[in-house]
Design a protein around this ligand. Structure first.
Ligand SMILES: *Cc1c(COP(=O)(O)O)cnc(C)c1O
Length: 408
């Protein structure tokens, strides 16, 4: 990365001038924290006493026997507090907020997972918290809205535009411009203007550091391939960062939705659908039309349903260091079912994209190879989507009965 936050041609900070001082302050706080050896120690201490770090590495013996290919290991980010790797990022940024002496955090959220994680962090650190969410998403994601409010956050429904994630991002920036002296914007993935991609991937690098030590400890050698799902790119960068300098093949798996030829997907790097542009404060690949208007995206996994992608990943793709693939919704549901039955693990729909791609490829490899899959989160949150996808009759009856109780 150069001093202006570019990774090759990608990244940068396209921000309103009024935020320049705030960004300078953030860059400065982050640099000082990174250079302070106590800071990483403090971070690891928080994560090991409040979340579940180090998260285990699980050998998937039954899946290995099933595919008769490479030995499959799973990095268990699902065991983090609030159920995903998002905890790594929000708790890390919380420590930065303390160092900057600020007392309020804001965030935007689509599916609500990042909102819940941020509200959790705010409760723990004693910060005031406002979460911006498109009105459509507020209606769709009631369970997460419920938890954010219980956690003491103010959830602000955004009624502008199409009332979804991108409108919430605009509103959050508007808030930040007005309240920058005391407020920090907790960005949720390795996207956005510099220094956010660097900050988020720095905290997520804890995944790769641990995974590397763990696989060396139990196998005495590195994996041949590593699979991670790619929404904005933070869990992928987190696990990959421990192996970037080695010959390990790194595979990022995007949301293929109903198929990359259907237009109903969120594949920016694996398909030809993405193109280079500047949006939401950074330069990267986006799903956009010829005029630079953002396209609609689709995925069975809400966390992968995003138009942009980390500029750091875009630059790795350009250099050929990371291979990108897309898994379709139906492949993902199959991989999820198999993993639940064979290993008793319930990956999030997002994470199941990494599993689906790994399952396609593992039979190619012999048993002396190791593959590593990042289970970025747990699937409990997806019960509504999964039960619906499998048309589970018992579940439908349950929902109908609940609806009747409330007179609908
Ligand atoms: C949010 C989320 C993702 C997508 O975010 P990245 O920044 O691409 O990691 C993936 N998996 C889970 C479980 C999530 O909650």
């Amino acid at each position: 990365m150069n001093s202006r936050g570019y990774h090759g041609e990608f990244g940068g900070a396209f921000i309103p001038e009024i935020l320049t001082a705030t960004f300078d302050q953030l860059v400065d706080a982050f640099e000082k924290a990174k250079n302070d050896p106590c800071f990483w120690e403090e971070y690891v201490d928080v994560m090991s006493t409040y979340s579940c770090r180090p998260t285990p590495l699980t050998f998937a013996g039954n899946l290995t026997n099933h595919f008769k290919g490479a030995r499959i290991y799973i990095k268990r980010e699902d065991l983090n507090h609030t159920g995903a790797h998002k905890a790594n990022n929000v708790m890390g940024q919380g420590l930065l907020v303390k160092r900057m002496g600020k007392h309020r955090v804001i965030a935007e959220t689509g599916a609500g997972q990042h909102g819940v994680a941020t509200a959790t962090m705010a409760a723990r650190f004693g910060f005031r918290c406002s979460i911006y969410m498109g009105e459509v998403d507020v209606d769709r994601q009631r369970p997460n809205v419920f938890w954010m409010e219980r956690l003491g956050a103010e959830v602000i429904p955004v009624k502008e535009g199409t009332r979804i994630l991108k409108d919430a991002i605009n509103e959050a920036f508007r808030d930040w411009v007005t309240n920058m002296d005391d407020t920090h914007y907790v960005l949720g993935t390795a996207c956005g203007p510099h220094p956010f991609p660097e900050i988020v991937s720095y905290f997520q690098s804890i995944i790769g550091k641990e995974a590397r030590d763990q696989i060396m400890e139990c196998e005495g050698k590195l994996p041949s391939r590593i699979y991670a799902c790619v929404g904005g790119g933070s869990n992928a960068l987190g696990i990959f960062s421990g192996f970037l300098d080695d010959g390990v093949e790194l595979v990022g798996v995007e949301a293929g939705g109903e198929g990359v030829d259907t237009g109903r997907h969120a594949s920016r790097l694996a398909s030809n659908a993405g193109s280079v542009g500047v949006a939401q404060g950074y330069k990267s690949y986006f799903l956009q039309d010829r005029d630079g208007q953002m396209e609609e995206t689709h995925s069975v996994a809400a966390g992968l349903d995003y138009v942009g992608v980390s500029p750091i990943l875009a630059s790795h793709r350009e250099r050929g260091r990371i291979r990108f693939e897309a898994a379709t919704d139906s492949e993902v549901l199959d991989a999820l079912s198999l993993t639940i039955k064979k290993e008793g693990l319930i990956p999030a729909l997002e994470s199941a994209h990494a599993f689906a791609q790994a399952f396609k490829e593992t039979p190619e490899l012999s048993r002396d190879h190791i593959i590593l899959i990042n289970q970025s989160g747990r699937g409990d949150k997806d019960i509504f989507t999964i039960a619906e996808a499998f048309s589970d009759p018992g579940w439908q009856k349950f929902i109908r009965k609940k609806g009747n109780e409330y007179g609908t």
